[in-house]
Design a protein around this ligand. Structure first.
Ligand code: ZN
Length: 494
Protein backbone atom coordinates (compact mmCIF):
# COMPACT_ATOMS: atom_id res chain seq x y z
CA UNK A 1 0.00 0.00 0.00
CA UNK A 2 1.35 3.32 -1.05
CA UNK A 3 1.39 6.81 0.23
CA UNK A 4 0.37 8.94 -2.71
CA UNK A 5 1.97 12.36 -2.62
CA UNK A 6 0.11 14.68 -4.95
CA UNK A 7 1.02 18.04 -6.41
CA UNK A 8 -1.83 20.30 -7.49
CA UNK A 9 -2.41 20.04 -11.24
CA UNK A 10 -1.09 22.85 -13.40
CA UNK A 11 -3.79 23.91 -15.83
CA UNK A 12 -3.22 25.10 -19.35
CA UNK A 13 -2.63 27.98 -20.10
CA UNK A 14 -1.10 28.85 -16.70
CA UNK A 15 2.65 29.33 -16.52
CA UNK A 16 4.57 27.47 -13.81
CA UNK A 17 6.87 29.83 -11.96
CA UNK A 18 9.25 29.38 -9.08
CA UNK A 19 6.32 30.50 -6.91
CA UNK A 20 4.45 27.29 -7.80
CA UNK A 21 7.65 25.36 -7.25
CA UNK A 22 7.89 26.85 -3.74
CA UNK A 23 4.30 26.25 -2.68
CA UNK A 24 3.84 22.85 -4.27
CA UNK A 25 6.28 20.92 -6.44
CA UNK A 26 9.61 21.19 -4.61
CA UNK A 27 8.19 20.40 -1.14
CA UNK A 28 6.15 17.52 -2.61
CA UNK A 29 9.16 16.09 -4.44
CA UNK A 30 11.40 16.45 -1.38
CA UNK A 31 8.73 14.87 0.80
CA UNK A 32 8.39 11.86 -1.48
CA UNK A 33 12.15 11.38 -1.45
CA UNK A 34 12.14 11.68 2.36
CA UNK A 35 9.50 8.97 2.65
CA UNK A 36 11.57 6.67 0.45
CA UNK A 37 14.67 7.38 2.51
CA UNK A 38 12.75 5.92 5.43
CA UNK A 39 11.76 2.89 3.40
CA UNK A 40 8.18 3.94 2.84
CA UNK A 41 6.35 2.95 -0.32
CA UNK A 42 5.54 6.32 -1.86
CA UNK A 43 4.62 7.72 -5.27
CA UNK A 44 4.44 11.33 -6.43
CA UNK A 45 1.76 12.18 -8.96
CA UNK A 46 0.22 15.12 -10.73
CA UNK A 47 -1.83 15.74 -13.86
CA UNK A 48 -2.07 18.43 -16.48
CA UNK A 49 -5.48 19.98 -16.79
CA UNK A 50 -6.37 20.70 -20.42
CA UNK A 51 -10.05 21.37 -19.86
CA UNK A 52 -9.98 25.01 -18.84
CA UNK A 53 -12.23 27.48 -20.63
CA UNK A 54 -9.07 29.54 -21.17
CA UNK A 55 -7.91 26.88 -23.65
CA UNK A 56 -10.94 27.26 -25.89
CA UNK A 57 -10.90 29.63 -28.83
CA UNK A 58 -14.69 29.57 -29.27
CA UNK A 59 -15.90 29.11 -25.69
CA UNK A 60 -17.69 25.92 -26.71
CA UNK A 61 -15.13 23.29 -27.64
CA UNK A 62 -11.42 22.53 -27.54
CA UNK A 63 -11.23 22.60 -31.34
CA UNK A 64 -7.98 24.03 -32.57
CA UNK A 65 -6.35 24.16 -29.15
CA UNK A 66 -4.30 20.97 -29.37
CA UNK A 67 -1.07 22.57 -30.57
CA UNK A 68 -1.28 25.08 -27.76
CA UNK A 69 -2.01 22.39 -25.15
CA UNK A 70 0.88 20.19 -26.31
CA UNK A 71 3.24 23.12 -26.25
CA UNK A 72 2.20 24.01 -22.68
CA UNK A 73 2.58 20.38 -21.58
CA UNK A 74 6.14 20.33 -22.91
CA UNK A 75 6.79 23.61 -21.13
CA UNK A 76 5.57 22.07 -17.83
CA UNK A 77 7.71 18.96 -18.33
CA UNK A 78 10.76 21.15 -18.93
CA UNK A 79 10.01 23.19 -15.81
CA UNK A 80 9.77 20.02 -13.71
CA UNK A 81 12.96 18.58 -15.17
CA UNK A 82 14.88 21.79 -14.61
CA UNK A 83 14.40 21.45 -10.86
CA UNK A 84 14.63 17.67 -10.86
CA UNK A 85 11.01 17.19 -9.84
CA UNK A 86 10.19 13.55 -10.40
CA UNK A 87 6.73 12.07 -10.91
CA UNK A 88 5.68 8.45 -10.91
CA UNK A 89 2.66 9.47 -12.93
CA UNK A 90 1.83 12.63 -14.81
CA UNK A 91 -0.86 12.63 -17.47
CA UNK A 92 -3.24 14.97 -19.23
CA UNK A 93 -6.86 15.14 -18.15
CA UNK A 94 -8.04 14.13 -21.64
CA UNK A 95 -6.38 10.71 -21.41
CA UNK A 96 -8.73 7.76 -21.34
CA UNK A 97 -7.71 6.27 -17.99
CA UNK A 98 -8.52 9.59 -16.36
CA UNK A 99 -11.76 10.38 -18.19
CA UNK A 100 -13.00 6.86 -17.41
CA UNK A 101 -12.18 7.26 -13.72
CA UNK A 102 -14.04 10.58 -13.68
CA UNK A 103 -17.12 9.05 -15.37
CA UNK A 104 -17.07 6.16 -12.90
CA UNK A 105 -16.89 8.58 -9.98
CA UNK A 106 -19.79 10.57 -11.40
CA UNK A 107 -21.90 7.39 -11.75
CA UNK A 108 -21.19 6.45 -8.15
CA UNK A 109 -22.21 9.91 -6.95
CA UNK A 110 -25.40 9.88 -9.04
CA UNK A 111 -26.31 6.41 -7.78
CA UNK A 112 -25.64 7.55 -4.23
CA UNK A 113 -27.97 10.52 -4.61
CA UNK A 114 -25.09 12.87 -3.84
CA UNK A 115 -25.75 14.91 -6.96
CA UNK A 116 -28.81 17.01 -7.50
CA UNK A 117 -29.80 18.89 -10.63
CA UNK A 118 -31.60 22.17 -11.00
CA UNK A 119 -31.94 25.20 -13.20
CA UNK A 120 -29.86 28.28 -12.64
CA UNK A 121 -29.49 31.54 -14.44
CA UNK A 122 -26.33 31.83 -16.56
CA UNK A 123 -24.94 34.54 -18.82
CA UNK A 124 -24.89 33.83 -22.56
CA UNK A 125 -23.21 35.90 -25.24
CA UNK A 126 -25.77 37.18 -27.73
CA UNK A 127 -23.15 37.22 -30.47
CA UNK A 128 -21.84 33.65 -30.49
CA UNK A 129 -23.95 31.83 -27.92
CA UNK A 130 -20.96 30.95 -25.71
CA UNK A 131 -21.20 31.07 -21.91
CA UNK A 132 -17.97 32.77 -20.92
CA UNK A 133 -17.09 32.70 -17.22
CA UNK A 134 -17.46 36.17 -15.67
CA UNK A 135 -13.75 36.73 -15.28
CA UNK A 136 -13.28 35.82 -18.93
CA UNK A 137 -15.51 38.63 -20.05
CA UNK A 138 -13.79 41.16 -17.85
CA UNK A 139 -10.12 40.44 -18.39
CA UNK A 140 -8.79 37.97 -20.83
CA UNK A 141 -5.38 37.64 -22.37
CA UNK A 142 -6.40 37.22 -25.99
CA UNK A 143 -2.87 37.26 -27.35
CA UNK A 144 -2.03 34.22 -25.26
CA UNK A 145 -4.37 32.14 -27.38
CA UNK A 146 -3.41 33.85 -30.62
CA UNK A 147 -6.75 35.67 -30.71
CA UNK A 148 -7.15 39.23 -31.77
CA UNK A 149 -8.21 41.67 -29.11
CA UNK A 150 -6.78 43.91 -26.48
CA UNK A 151 -7.64 41.90 -23.38
CA UNK A 152 -8.50 43.84 -20.25
CA UNK A 153 -11.26 45.54 -22.17
CA UNK A 154 -12.02 48.07 -19.49
CA UNK A 155 -15.39 48.91 -18.07
CA UNK A 156 -17.52 47.26 -20.69
CA UNK A 157 -17.55 43.47 -20.54
CA UNK A 158 -16.96 41.85 -23.90
CA UNK A 159 -17.20 38.27 -25.03
CA UNK A 160 -13.63 36.96 -25.26
CA UNK A 161 -14.57 34.83 -28.26
CA UNK A 162 -16.58 37.07 -30.61
CA UNK A 163 -16.05 40.46 -28.94
CA UNK A 164 -19.79 41.13 -28.69
CA UNK A 165 -20.89 43.07 -25.66
CA UNK A 166 -24.51 42.02 -25.43
CA UNK A 167 -25.31 39.27 -22.97
CA UNK A 168 -28.55 37.61 -21.88
CA UNK A 169 -29.49 35.74 -18.74
CA UNK A 170 -30.83 32.31 -19.60
CA UNK A 171 -31.92 29.32 -17.54
CA UNK A 172 -29.73 26.25 -17.69
CA UNK A 173 -29.85 22.88 -15.89
CA UNK A 174 -26.76 21.98 -13.87
CA UNK A 175 -25.38 19.19 -11.69
CA UNK A 176 -24.58 20.05 -8.08
CA UNK A 177 -22.66 18.02 -5.52
CA UNK A 178 -24.55 18.28 -2.24
CA UNK A 179 -22.08 19.04 0.55
CA UNK A 180 -24.25 20.09 3.48
CA UNK A 181 -24.94 16.56 4.87
CA UNK A 182 -21.19 16.13 5.48
CA UNK A 183 -20.60 19.42 7.26
CA UNK A 184 -20.52 18.09 10.84
CA UNK A 185 -18.28 15.21 9.85
CA UNK A 186 -15.91 17.60 8.08
CA UNK A 187 -15.86 19.81 11.15
CA UNK A 188 -15.08 16.89 13.45
CA UNK A 189 -12.32 15.64 11.18
CA UNK A 190 -10.78 18.88 10.02
CA UNK A 191 -7.90 18.66 12.51
CA UNK A 192 -6.95 15.28 11.16
CA UNK A 193 -7.01 16.34 7.53
CA UNK A 194 -5.35 19.72 7.95
CA UNK A 195 -2.43 19.71 10.37
CA UNK A 196 -1.56 23.31 9.61
CA UNK A 197 -3.12 25.08 12.56
CA UNK A 198 -3.21 28.48 10.88
CA UNK A 199 -5.56 27.09 8.22
CA UNK A 200 -8.18 25.78 10.61
CA UNK A 201 -9.97 29.01 11.58
CA UNK A 202 -10.71 29.58 7.91
CA UNK A 203 -12.01 26.04 7.42
CA UNK A 204 -14.11 26.29 10.58
CA UNK A 205 -15.59 29.55 9.34
CA UNK A 206 -16.66 27.83 6.11
CA UNK A 207 -18.12 24.96 8.10
CA UNK A 208 -19.94 27.23 10.53
CA UNK A 209 -22.53 28.01 7.83
CA UNK A 210 -24.60 25.61 5.75
CA UNK A 211 -22.48 24.49 2.79
CA UNK A 212 -23.69 25.58 -0.62
CA UNK A 213 -24.17 22.88 -3.24
CA UNK A 214 -21.18 22.78 -5.56
CA UNK A 215 -21.88 23.29 -9.26
CA UNK A 216 -19.85 20.66 -11.13
CA UNK A 217 -21.13 21.36 -14.65
CA UNK A 218 -20.41 24.04 -17.22
CA UNK A 219 -22.26 25.26 -20.31
CA UNK A 220 -19.72 24.10 -22.86
CA UNK A 221 -18.16 20.96 -24.35
CA UNK A 222 -14.61 21.77 -23.30
CA UNK A 223 -14.35 19.26 -20.45
CA UNK A 224 -15.66 15.71 -20.08
CA UNK A 225 -19.08 15.60 -21.71
CA UNK A 226 -22.25 15.25 -19.64
CA UNK A 227 -24.26 14.10 -22.66
CA UNK A 228 -26.87 12.74 -22.90
CA UNK A 229 -28.18 13.75 -19.47
CA UNK A 230 -27.13 17.38 -19.81
CA UNK A 231 -26.88 18.25 -23.52
CA UNK A 232 -24.13 20.71 -24.43
CA UNK A 233 -22.58 20.57 -20.96
CA UNK A 234 -19.37 19.21 -19.53
CA UNK A 235 -17.81 18.70 -16.12
CA UNK A 236 -16.14 21.51 -14.25
CA UNK A 237 -12.37 21.09 -14.29
CA UNK A 238 -12.02 21.13 -10.51
CA UNK A 239 -14.23 18.07 -10.18
CA UNK A 240 -11.87 16.36 -12.59
CA UNK A 241 -8.73 17.58 -10.87
CA UNK A 242 -9.80 16.15 -7.53
CA UNK A 243 -10.82 12.80 -8.98
CA UNK A 244 -7.54 13.05 -10.89
CA UNK A 245 -5.63 12.46 -7.66
CA UNK A 246 -7.15 9.00 -7.68
CA UNK A 247 -6.76 8.35 -11.42
CA UNK A 248 -3.12 9.43 -11.43
CA UNK A 249 -2.42 7.32 -8.32
CA UNK A 250 -3.76 4.29 -10.15
CA UNK A 251 -1.63 5.18 -13.16
CA UNK A 252 1.41 5.03 -10.89
CA UNK A 253 0.40 1.43 -10.18
CA UNK A 254 -0.01 2.30 -6.56
CA UNK A 255 -2.53 0.73 -4.27
CA UNK A 256 -3.58 4.12 -2.94
CA UNK A 257 -4.06 4.17 0.77
CA UNK A 258 -2.92 7.45 2.14
CA UNK A 259 -2.96 10.74 0.23
CA UNK A 260 -0.74 13.67 1.11
CA UNK A 261 -1.69 16.71 -0.96
CA UNK A 262 0.65 19.63 -1.59
CA UNK A 263 -0.97 22.83 -2.82
CA UNK A 264 -1.14 26.57 -2.25
CA UNK A 265 -3.61 28.10 0.18
CA UNK A 266 -5.79 29.64 -2.55
CA UNK A 267 -7.25 26.19 -3.28
CA UNK A 268 -7.75 25.09 0.32
CA UNK A 269 -11.55 24.79 0.03
CA UNK A 270 -11.33 22.13 -2.67
CA UNK A 271 -8.88 20.07 -0.63
CA UNK A 272 -10.26 20.51 2.88
CA UNK A 273 -13.99 20.48 2.12
CA UNK A 274 -14.81 19.02 -1.31
CA UNK A 275 -12.16 16.33 -1.72
CA UNK A 276 -12.76 14.56 1.64
CA UNK A 277 -16.44 14.26 0.66
CA UNK A 278 -15.64 12.98 -2.84
CA UNK A 279 -13.00 10.60 -1.55
CA UNK A 280 -15.35 9.13 1.03
CA UNK A 281 -18.27 8.71 -1.37
CA UNK A 282 -16.34 7.45 -4.40
CA UNK A 283 -13.58 5.38 -2.82
CA UNK A 284 -14.72 4.69 0.72
CA UNK A 285 -11.74 6.52 2.22
CA UNK A 286 -11.80 8.32 5.54
CA UNK A 287 -10.29 11.46 6.97
CA UNK A 288 -7.33 9.52 8.33
CA UNK A 289 -6.32 8.75 4.73
CA UNK A 290 -5.99 12.40 3.71
CA UNK A 291 -3.45 14.96 4.74
CA UNK A 292 -3.79 18.42 3.24
CA UNK A 293 -0.31 19.93 3.30
CA UNK A 294 -1.45 23.45 2.51
CA UNK A 295 1.26 26.07 2.14
CA UNK A 296 1.53 29.82 1.86
CA UNK A 297 1.95 31.45 -1.52
CA UNK A 298 4.77 33.56 -2.85
CA UNK A 299 4.25 37.31 -2.70
CA UNK A 300 5.09 37.94 -6.34
CA UNK A 301 4.85 41.72 -6.08
CA UNK A 302 7.61 41.78 -3.49
CA UNK A 303 9.78 39.10 -5.06
CA UNK A 304 12.61 39.55 -7.56
CA UNK A 305 11.39 38.81 -11.11
CA UNK A 306 14.53 36.78 -11.88
CA UNK A 307 13.50 34.43 -9.08
CA UNK A 308 10.02 33.83 -10.46
CA UNK A 309 10.95 32.90 -14.01
CA UNK A 310 12.22 29.33 -13.89
CA UNK A 311 14.36 29.48 -17.04
CA UNK A 312 16.08 32.59 -15.84
CA UNK A 313 16.56 31.24 -12.32
CA UNK A 314 18.16 27.95 -13.43
CA UNK A 315 20.44 29.83 -15.80
CA UNK A 316 21.70 31.89 -12.86
CA UNK A 317 21.77 29.34 -10.03
CA UNK A 318 22.38 25.60 -9.61
CA UNK A 319 18.95 23.90 -9.44
CA UNK A 320 19.73 22.28 -6.09
CA UNK A 321 20.56 25.69 -4.60
CA UNK A 322 17.10 26.80 -5.69
CA UNK A 323 15.46 23.66 -4.29
CA UNK A 324 17.17 24.16 -0.94
CA UNK A 325 16.26 27.82 -0.83
CA UNK A 326 12.61 27.19 -1.68
CA UNK A 327 12.13 24.58 1.05
CA UNK A 328 14.06 26.61 3.59
CA UNK A 329 12.18 29.84 2.85
CA UNK A 330 8.76 28.30 2.44
CA UNK A 331 6.90 27.85 5.66
CA UNK A 332 4.96 24.73 6.52
CA UNK A 333 2.08 27.06 7.28
CA UNK A 334 0.21 29.81 5.52
CA UNK A 335 2.70 32.65 5.68
CA UNK A 336 3.39 34.09 2.27
CA UNK A 337 7.04 34.24 1.28
CA UNK A 338 9.16 36.60 -0.77
CA UNK A 339 11.77 35.24 -3.13
CA UNK A 340 14.69 37.62 -3.36
CA UNK A 341 18.27 37.32 -4.51
CA UNK A 342 19.49 38.70 -1.18
CA UNK A 343 17.78 35.98 0.86
CA UNK A 344 18.79 33.31 -1.65
CA UNK A 345 22.45 34.29 -1.28
CA UNK A 346 22.16 34.36 2.53
CA UNK A 347 20.51 30.96 2.75
CA UNK A 348 22.73 29.24 0.19
CA UNK A 349 26.01 30.72 1.40
CA UNK A 350 25.36 30.80 5.13
CA UNK A 351 23.42 27.60 5.66
CA UNK A 352 23.93 25.28 2.73
CA UNK A 353 27.58 26.04 1.86
CA UNK A 354 29.04 27.28 5.16
CA UNK A 355 27.30 25.09 7.66
CA UNK A 356 26.49 21.87 5.76
CA UNK A 357 28.94 22.05 2.84
CA UNK A 358 31.98 22.87 4.95
CA UNK A 359 31.18 20.09 7.38
CA UNK A 360 30.80 17.56 4.58
CA UNK A 361 34.01 18.64 2.91
CA UNK A 362 36.00 18.51 6.14
CA UNK A 363 34.62 15.08 6.97
CA UNK A 364 35.36 13.75 3.48
CA UNK A 365 38.92 15.10 3.38
CA UNK A 366 39.64 13.93 6.92
CA UNK A 367 38.44 10.44 6.15
CA UNK A 368 40.44 10.27 2.93
CA UNK A 369 43.60 11.27 4.77
CA UNK A 370 43.37 8.74 7.52
CA UNK A 371 41.58 5.80 6.08
CA UNK A 372 44.86 3.89 6.51
CA UNK A 373 44.14 3.65 10.22
CA UNK A 374 41.02 1.68 9.35
CA UNK A 375 37.37 2.57 9.73
CA UNK A 376 35.39 0.88 12.42
CA UNK A 377 31.85 1.83 13.20
CA UNK A 378 30.01 0.43 16.18
CA UNK A 379 26.28 0.67 16.57
CA UNK A 380 27.00 1.26 20.28
CA UNK A 381 28.72 4.56 19.50
CA UNK A 382 26.98 7.35 21.40
CA UNK A 383 26.52 9.43 18.26
CA UNK A 384 24.92 6.49 16.46
CA UNK A 385 22.62 5.90 19.41
CA UNK A 386 21.54 9.54 19.57
CA UNK A 387 20.97 9.63 15.84
CA UNK A 388 18.58 6.69 15.87
CA UNK A 389 16.93 7.41 19.22
CA UNK A 390 16.48 11.17 19.04
CA UNK A 391 16.79 12.57 15.52
CA UNK A 392 15.03 9.80 13.60
CA UNK A 393 11.88 9.75 15.79
CA UNK A 394 11.67 13.55 15.59
CA UNK A 395 11.93 13.38 11.80
CA UNK A 396 9.30 10.66 11.62
CA UNK A 397 6.91 12.77 13.63
CA UNK A 398 7.41 15.79 11.37
CA UNK A 399 7.01 13.54 8.33
CA UNK A 400 3.72 12.18 9.60
CA UNK A 401 2.44 15.73 9.52
CA UNK A 402 4.05 16.43 6.13
CA UNK A 403 6.09 19.27 7.64
CA UNK A 404 8.86 19.34 5.05
CA UNK A 405 10.39 22.60 6.24
CA UNK A 406 10.52 21.30 9.80
CA UNK A 407 12.30 18.15 8.60
CA UNK A 408 14.95 20.27 6.88
CA UNK A 409 15.40 22.36 10.03
CA UNK A 410 15.82 19.26 12.20
CA UNK A 411 18.46 17.99 9.78
CA UNK A 412 20.29 21.32 9.84
CA UNK A 413 20.17 21.33 13.66
CA UNK A 414 21.92 17.98 13.48
CA UNK A 415 24.51 19.50 11.13
CA UNK A 416 25.15 22.28 13.67
CA UNK A 417 25.47 19.71 16.42
CA UNK A 418 28.10 17.85 14.37
CA UNK A 419 29.96 21.08 13.70
CA UNK A 420 30.14 21.72 17.44
CA UNK A 421 31.24 18.17 18.07
CA UNK A 422 34.04 18.48 15.51
CA UNK A 423 35.44 21.39 17.47
CA UNK A 424 34.82 20.07 20.99
CA UNK A 425 36.03 16.52 20.57
CA UNK A 426 39.10 17.34 18.56
CA UNK A 427 38.30 14.80 15.91
CA UNK A 428 41.06 16.34 13.84
CA UNK A 429 43.71 15.22 16.27
CA UNK A 430 42.54 11.84 17.44
CA UNK A 431 43.32 9.11 14.95
CA UNK A 432 41.85 5.68 15.41
CA UNK A 433 39.59 3.28 13.57
CA UNK A 434 36.76 4.16 15.96
CA UNK A 435 37.14 7.91 15.37
CA UNK A 436 37.26 7.25 11.63
CA UNK A 437 34.10 5.21 11.96
CA UNK A 438 32.41 8.11 13.64
CA UNK A 439 33.55 10.47 10.88
CA UNK A 440 32.22 8.07 8.25
CA UNK A 441 28.92 7.91 10.10
CA UNK A 442 28.65 11.70 10.26
CA UNK A 443 29.38 11.99 6.55
CA UNK A 444 26.97 9.23 5.55
CA UNK A 445 24.12 10.50 7.72
CA UNK A 446 24.32 14.12 6.54
CA UNK A 447 24.58 13.09 2.87
CA UNK A 448 21.61 10.78 3.27
CA UNK A 449 19.39 13.22 5.12
CA UNK A 450 20.14 16.09 2.75
CA UNK A 451 19.62 14.00 -0.39
CA UNK A 452 15.83 14.58 -0.65
CA UNK A 453 16.46 18.32 -0.77
CA UNK A 454 19.64 18.52 -2.87
CA UNK A 455 19.74 15.13 -4.63
CA UNK A 456 22.49 15.97 -7.12
CA UNK A 457 24.67 18.13 -4.87
CA UNK A 458 25.17 15.44 -2.25
CA UNK A 459 27.08 13.36 -4.79
CA UNK A 460 29.89 15.96 -4.72
CA UNK A 461 30.82 14.87 -1.22
CA UNK A 462 29.91 11.21 -1.51
CA UNK A 463 33.37 9.61 -1.41
CA UNK A 464 32.06 6.13 -0.61
CA UNK A 465 32.53 3.93 -3.67
CA UNK A 466 29.55 1.70 -4.38
CA UNK A 467 27.35 3.48 -1.85
CA UNK A 468 24.47 5.84 -2.46
CA UNK A 469 22.84 8.22 0.05
CA UNK A 470 19.34 7.05 -0.75
CA UNK A 471 18.30 4.94 2.22
CA UNK A 472 18.62 5.18 5.98
CA UNK A 473 18.94 1.42 6.09
CA UNK A 474 22.20 1.72 4.16
CA UNK A 475 24.01 4.18 6.42
CA UNK A 476 26.05 1.76 8.52
CA UNK A 477 27.35 0.11 5.34
CA UNK A 478 29.09 3.32 4.20
CA UNK A 479 31.89 2.74 6.72
CA UNK A 480 32.83 -0.50 4.94
CA UNK A 481 33.13 1.05 1.49
CA UNK A 482 36.39 1.96 -0.24
CA UNK A 483 36.90 5.69 -0.68
CA UNK A 484 37.44 7.69 -3.81
CA UNK A 485 40.15 10.33 -3.60
CA UNK A 486 38.46 13.27 -5.30
CA UNK A 487 36.06 15.50 -3.43
CA UNK A 488 33.89 18.28 -4.81
CA UNK A 489 32.97 21.68 -3.50
CA UNK A 490 29.72 23.56 -3.15
CA UNK A 491 30.71 26.99 -4.35
CA UNK A 492 29.27 30.04 -2.66
CA UNK A 493 27.26 32.51 -4.67
CA UNK A 494 28.98 35.80 -5.35
ZN1 ZN B 1 -19.47 35.73 -28.09
Amino acid sequence: MSTVVTSAFPFVPATISLANMASTYVPADSYTRLLRLFGRDAVHVTGIDVHSQFVSTDGKTRDGSEAFCSQKCLEYQRAFESLNIQFDAIARTDETHHTEAVREALQVLLAHGAITQRQISVVRCDGCGAFPAPRLTESFDFARLGLEGDGHAGAEPRCPYCRAHQFSDVLSTHYFLVLEPYRNKLLAECERVVRVEAARPLIRSWLAEPLADWNISRDNSIGISLEPQLPGKSLYLWFESLIGYWSMARLAAANPKKFVHFFGQNILYYHAVVWPVLYGLCYGGGASDILAAVRGLVDKQRSDPELLDIDQAVRSYPPDYLRFYLVWSGTDGLTDVRLTRATLVDVVNGILCDSAGNLLRRLAVLLQKRARAGVQLSSEDELVQTFYKVLIPALLQAMDEALVGKCLRLILDYVSQLNRMMAAERLYEAESAAVNGRIAFMLATVLTLLSPFVPRLVEEYNIFVGWSPRSLADIMRAAECPLRQEVGLWKKLT
